[in-house]
Design a protein around this ligand. Structure first.
Ligand code: BGC
Ligand code: BGC
Length: 627
């Protein structure tokens, strides 16, 4: 019976072999590593073991790829796969051709599919600046910029905003947010003043930590930025030819750096931040991107940061003409991932040469890659084949807009209120509304909305202040609007909304923070047509108004409230009380800047100032007037 044995073997092989009809499915499977049970794939092992195992398997090219992030405007999904990049970003305004939620999802997924072709199946990070909501996405909820959140003094609210923002990010498949900024600005001429929650270190740390908790609870990675001390920069020191203070430097002592600027980063790490973005500024004449003391000794060793350090936008190019030397210095200083506007292949080439020539030790590269992979493992990105994306309905949802509306009410600071003019009765017969900011979603949203610099007009859906006023007053009230303040009839009250036009970063560096003459003229013109004038200021920082405010009856600082203008009407008409408190001391003249202990004493309004109002029950449509 010698033939029986081969027959049995034949049947066993037949049983075990994949059926032919399954061949197509097999081909469509992601390219998996040789075995499905390599140690780094084993969820039962510790993250450290998994990281070690994977790094040990990777080639130098694969490792350097992980350290590289490029803007999607300069790399196709195919190039991302081919270069084996660790991350990509949508810089401000890097949006799909048609800016819809679905198009975002498709675009992001096309990049994230690079994981399939990666030899080790390494997930890609996709980063974006959702700095006041998912601001690049048409129709997303735009929350107040950080300076306004600072005025709320409400960490619980800020945490909810972080969570809502994360839900909108996740709906587009994005799980890495370049936020929150933890600046502690001292010189309001700086175009990034509004990125800071406050001049007060403790408040910045508290709100920054709350924001991070909110984001990360919804599975989105936060970024503590920009490390560290940019708020101390001196006017005129900008390293950038078109700016005056942005990307500049300071020579403050290490004691001051550790007292004023570092604590928010400590708070961020405690709250679980796993990525830190380096500031484009210098400290003591050294660019922070190459400052080993700050990046390695203080951040990684003293503070025990185990996540990864990412550069800011082309931060290595800004260090001088010798790109190769810049790469060597910054990676050796402790930089783990580089953010590039373009040409990732050049960075990869140069860093490879530097490792080959031993200018950068391979152990430094291993450390950088371990940090990046650690974050990817810790967040569970390795362990799910596909992200289960929430419904795109999260984007601009009613619940998020309601939250933003509350934030707008709580962020408005009432600086003056003669004869308790506010809140206004909803039954006022005629209300005049004027000013460039009264009916402009773009202006009330500021920079980082749809594009890097933001823009004027109907750039995204929302409620303008004028629309909100109209929606709030009684049916018999006439609301007359003229942007330039030309009115025929005389009214008991007028609301004028003026202030800064959108800007971001150094583009907003301004030597003069007075209101434009055009705006002042409008207010004067309106005053002739109204018994009382309420001025609402929009802007990213305190402005110099000491000479004019005496002529205004009420003054509200609304900061950059975002899309939900209804939150302002809520406080103007007493559906919500004014409770906002100044997050920054308000100077009385340009010569008070930068703020110091001495100039703070001469301020128009002190840090923490803000009048409160009570609810106007009779105004509420749901409550009957009191007898
Ligand atoms: C800003 C960062 C931002 C990055 C990417 C830089 O110019 O300083 O805050 O995250 O661009 O858009
Ligand atoms: C990008 C921004 C970036 C800026 C820096 C812009 O082109 O879109 O994300 O912050 O450049 O200069």
């Amino acid at each position: 019976m010698i033939w029986i044995k081969p027959l049995i073997i034949f049947f066993i092989v037949l049983l075990l072999a994949p059926p032919l009809w399954a061949a197509d499915d097999f081909v469509n499977q992601p390219v998996m590593p040789q075995s499905a049970s390599l140690p780094y794939e084993d969820q039962a092992l510790s993250v450290e073991k998994r990281v070690q195992d994977l790094v040990g398997r990777m080639s130098l090219t694969e490792k350097i790829g992980q350290m590289t992030m490029a803007d999607i405007r300069s790399v196709s999904p195919e190039q991302v796969s081919q270069l084996q990049l660790g991350a990509v970003l949508s810089g401000g305004g890097a949006v799909p051709t048609v800016n819809t939620s679905d198009a975002w999802r498709t675009m992001v997924e096309s990049y994230e599919s690079s994981r399939v072709t990666s030899r080790w199946h390494i997930p890609l990070l996709y980063g974006i600046d959702a700095v006041h909501g998912h601001g690049n996405v048409y129709g997303a909820t735009i929350f107040p910029h950080n300076i306004g959140l600072g005025a709320t003094r409400n960490p619980e609210l800020v945490e909810r905003i972080g969570a809502a923002t994360a839900q909108e990010l996740a709906a587009t498949g994005i799980f890495w947010d370049f936020a929150p900024a933890l600046e502690v600005p001292q010189d309001y001429r700086w175009g990034r003043t509004y990125e800071g929650f406050s001049e007060n270190t403790e408040l910045v740390g508290q709100l920054g930590a709350a924001y991070i908790k909110g984001l990360q609870a919804e599975g989105v990675l936060a970024t503590a930025k920009h490390y560290v001390s940019a708020g101390a920069a001196v006017w005129g020191t900008s390293g950038h030819e078109q700016y005056a203070i942005d990307q500049g430097g300071s020579e403050i002592s290490e004691t001051e750096l550790k007292k004023v600027y570092l604590p928010p980063f400590k708070a961020a790490l405690q709250a679980g931040a796993k990525t830190v973005m380096v500031s484009l500024n210098s400290w003591r004449l050294t660019k922070i991107h190459i400052d080993q003391h700050l990046l390695t000794d203080i951040l990684k060793t003293e503070l025990g940061f185990t996540g990864f350090v990412v550069s800011d936008w082309d931060g290595l190019k800004s260090l001088g003409p010798d790109y190769h030397a810049n790469i060597v210095r910054s990676v050796n200083a402790g930089l783990d991932m580089v953010m590039l506007s373009k040409e990732p292949e050049v960075f990869i080439h140069e860093l490879t040469l530097a490792v080959d020539s031993k200018e950068v030790a391979e152990s430094r590269v291993d450390d950088a890659v371990s940090r990046i992979l650690r974050v990817k493992f810790e967040k569970g990105y390795f362990d799910s084949d596909e992200y289960v994306l929430p419904d795109v309905g999260a984007i601009g949802s009613l619940a998020h807009r309601e939250l933003a509306r509350q934030a707008v009410s709580q962020s408005a600071v009432l600086l003056k209120n003669e004869d308790n003019l506010l809140p206004l009765p909803k039954t006022t017969p005629l209300i005049l509304v004027a000013g460039a900011g009264a009916d402009d979603i773009g202006m009330q949203s500021g920079g980082w909305t749809m594009t890097w610099q933001g823009g004027l007009g109907e750039i995204t859906p929302g409620t303008t202040i004028l629309e909100a006023v109209r929606a709030t007053v009684s049916p018999s009230t006439v609301v007359d609007f003229s942007a330039d303040g030309y009115f025929k009839a005389h009214a008991s009250v007028a609301i004028v909304v003026v202030g800064e036009k959108p800007y971001a970063e150094g583009v907003g560096d301004r030597a003069d923070l007075h209101l434009d003459q055009h705006d002042l003229d409008i207010i004067l013109r309106v005053k002739e047509k109204a018994d009382k004038v309420v001025v609402i200021l929009l802007g990213g920082r305190p402005m110099i108004i000491a000479d004019q405010v005496g002529n205004w009856d009420s003054l509200v600082m609304a900061w950059l409230p975002g899309t939900e203008g209804q939150g302002l009407a809520d406080v103007l008409f007493g559906d919500e009380p004014f409770t906002g408190k100044l997050p920054f001391t308000w100077p009385s003249s340009m010569s008070d800047l930068p703020m110091t202990r001495a100039t703070k004493l001469k301020a128009s309004w002190a840090y923490g100032y803000g009048l409160t109002t009570t609810l106007l029950v009779a105004n509420s449509p749901v409550c009957k007037p009191l007898d």
